[in-house]
Design a binder for this molecule. Structure first.
Ligand SMILES: [Zn+2]
Length: 64
């Protein structure tokens, strides 16, 4: 039986790694602004809902 090596492809696929580069880092889908979850996002609290907006372009950024 031949041994099959499995390599993580996170660094080989840029389109994939941009979203999985680091947990806890959010990306603005509109302008590409990136910052940690607790970074410089504008956080709005509406009831129990927490909404983060990009400080650059005001786009709502989802953390899920
Ligand atoms: Zn933005």
């Amino acid at each position: 039986m031949t041994s099959i090596e499995t390599h993580p492809v996170d660094a080989a696929d840029p389109q994939r790694s941009i979203h999985q580069r680091s947990k806890g880092v959010l990306f603005c889908p509109a302008c590409g602004h990136e910052s940690p979850v607790g970074g410089d996002w504008h956080v709005e609290l509406t009831g129990d809902t927490r909404t983060r907006r990009c400080p650059d372009c005001r786009t709502v950024v989802s953390d899920r």
